[in-house]
Design a protein around this ligand. Structure first.
Ligand code: AMP
Ligand code: ZN
Length: 311
């Protein structure tokens, strides 16, 4: 596994403690874990907390849910393989005859490489929970006045980044909200949510701050994309020190300008090209930050922290 990122000693220690406490169940593959009752309970409660905060802020997002696979054509249309080829996961399946199946099973039985027997399907694994939203809204035609706000929920995302860091997973949940409207509307929505999210995470006792950030674009041209993204403040992250040498991003706030709306042809009610923004809370990272900050015994967390989740 060429791109495996080993954990630091404190990441290793945290991972071991989480497994020992029953919060994580190792699968044998780095970055893929089962989750125990308390961990999952906090994850769902956090998601509900975000929904409540959105409602209290007067937001009435439309709920839409999608499975964690994406049509391959969408990954192709979005240029995902130009920007993030190292993170993509695509689904391959067997379409051969009996003889071929037998050969495949034999190789697999010896844990050999059986990929030569597979064919590419029409599916990729979803790398970001907001991706299915854009073509879905485009199908409706011109946006209504004021645009739309969509809640695609806290769903699974896949990224091929095997690591020993318990905060860096290959399959994880991302709670997103998406705004599609006029450029100024979208930008100020993104900034308001960044500030609101910082507050809601601090209410949970997390020592969080935000900073300008960039996506992990691939290769040399990717470095230029990342620099330009930072220069224009298109991405902010909320960071917390969990384990390791660097703080971990627990939530992101992205302004995509017309990236998605140009590809799918989404226009505002007055005929201009719409812009989009999304925010994503990293469920597992937030639960991890809470466990690290308040201890592995959820029942003994501070009462005021619990009061925001156990309502
Ligand atoms: P991004 O689309 O990269 O901004 O991701 C949205 C949020 O998902 C981030 O702010 C993280 O909290 C979370 N996230 C991203 N990558 C991972 C990962 N490999 N493991 C766990 N959480 C992640
Ligand atoms: Zn998104």
């Amino acid at each position: 596994m060429a791109d495996f990122r080993p954990g630091t000693p404190d990441q290793d220690a945290l991972l071991e403690a989480l497994i020992e406490a029953g919060h994580l169940v190792p699968s044998g593959v780095p970055g893929v874990y089962g989750r125990g009752h308390d961990y999952e309970d906090v994850r769902h409660r956090f998601d509900a907390y975000v929904t409540r905060v959105a409602a209290e802020a007067g937001e009435r997002p439309e709920v839409l849910r999608f499975p964690p696979v994406l049509p391959r054509q969408q990954i192709e249309d979005l240029g995902y393989l130009e920007n993030f080829p190292h993170l993509a996961g695509s689904v391959f399946a067997f379409e051969g005859k009996e003889l071929d199946a037998r050969a495949m099973a034999e190789t697999a039985g010896a844990h050999g490489d059986w990929s030569g027997h597979l064919h590419q399907t029409d599916l990729c694994l979803t790398p970001a929970v907001c991706y299915p939203v854009y073509p879905a809204i485009a199908r409706r035609g011109t946006l209504p006045a004021g645009g739309v706000t969509i809640d695609p929920g806290g769903s699974y995302a896949f990224r091929h980044e095997p690591s020993g860091d318990p905060a860096r997973l290959q399959m994880f949940h991302m709670r997103e909200l998406v705004r599609i409207a006029e450029p100024e509307v979208v930008q100020s929505w993104r900034d308001q949510w960044r500030d609101r999210a910082l507050q809601l995470l601090r209410h949970l006792g997390l020592d969080a701050d935000f900073d300008v950030a960039n996506d992990p674009f691939f290769g040399r041209s990717g470095r230029m994309m990342a620099a330009s993204q930072r220069e224009q403040s298109l991405k902010f992250e909320i960071l917390v020190q969990i384990a390791g040498d660097e703080p971990t991003a627990i939530a992101s706030f992205n302004y995509h300008q017309d990236h998605f709306t140009a590809i799918y042809g989404i226009d505002t009610a007055d005929g201009g090209r719409a812009h989009t923004a999304c925010l994503g809370f990293g469920h597992e990272r937030i639960v991890l930050a809470l466990l690290k900050t308040h201890g592995l015994d959820v029942a003994s967390w501070p009462a005021d922290v619990r009061s925001h989740l156990w309502v």
